[in-house]
Structure formats: structure tokens, C-alpha cells
Write a protein that binds this ligand. Structure first.
Ligand SMILES: [Ca+2]
Ligand SMILES: [Ca+2]
Length: 125
């Protein structure tokens, strides 16, 4: 009985904290899982979202050359590759269209718009 009361109160505290976080307002505008890099087919983080925790040298056709907004929600830390470089051709070819620092969100970028085909996590830009 003690154990179940403890679990119940722990759950209640967690829910209160979660509600508080939600009410505190967004740290960023983009809905992108922690630890991942996200790209959307339209500006302002709309349309279908692609998200990756690792590198991808060949984006799926529906997002390749369709990316219009981006968010880097990678985890930062010593020795961790927390920047994301996006390239205009598959296999990190072509040119770098965009480089996002950890936590950076880009809701629109005319030069990079609809041009990404691959990306890699990097130590810096
Ligand atoms: Ca697009
Ligand atoms: Ca391209």
C-alpha cells in the first residue's frame, strides 16, 4: 500500500511538472524531438516532418529538395557532434546549404529552400 501511494504521488508530481513546462511556453517554436535534427517540407515548421538522430547521406524523396524549415534539437556536450550540416546533393555532395548550431531553428531560408539532400552531425560549422 505504501508503495502504491508513493507511485501515485510521484506520478502526480510529474504531471504537475509537465503541465508547468507546457505552460511556461515553448523554448523553441519547432516541434522536434530532443536529440534529433528535423526538417519540414514547408516554412514555419509545417507540412510533413523528417527527423533524424544520426547522419543521413540520402534523404527520402519526399523531403529531398523539399526542405523549407529546420531545427537542431541535438544534445550538447563535450566531444559531442551537436551541429548539423545540410548539403545540396546526396552523400554530402554539392555545397552546404545550411549549418545549424545546437538549439538553432530556422523557419525559412531562401538560399537553402528546397535544396537539401543529405546531412551530417559535426563538431562545429
Ligand atoms: Ca518545401
Ligand atoms: Ca538538392
Amino acid at each position: 500500500m505504501k508503495k502504491s501511494r508513493l507511485l501515485t504521488s510521484t506520478a502526480a508530481v510529474f504531471l504537475t511538472l509537465a503541465a508547468g513546462l507546457a505552460a511556461a511556453g515553448p523554448a523553441g517554436a519547432a516541434d522536434c524531438p530532443s536529440g534529433e535534427f528535423c526538417a519540414w517540407e514547408h516554412a514555419d515548421y509545417t507540412g510533413q516532418r523528417a527527423n533524424w538522430s544520426g547522419d543521413d547521406g540520402w534523404w527520402e524523396s519526399w523531403i529531398a529538395d523539399e526542405d523549407s524549415s529546420w531545427a537542431n534539437h541535438g544534445i550538447s556536450g563535450p566531444g559531442i557532434k551537436d551541429h548539423v550540416k545540410v548539403y545540396s546533393a546526396s552523400g554530402l555532395g554539392g555545397h552546404m546549404t545550411l549549418c545549424l548550431a545546437p538549439g538553432q531553428e530556422v523557419n525559412h531560408n531562401a538560399a537553402a529552400n528546397d535544396d537539401g539532400d543529405s546531412h551530417t552531425w559535426a563538431m562545429s560549422c
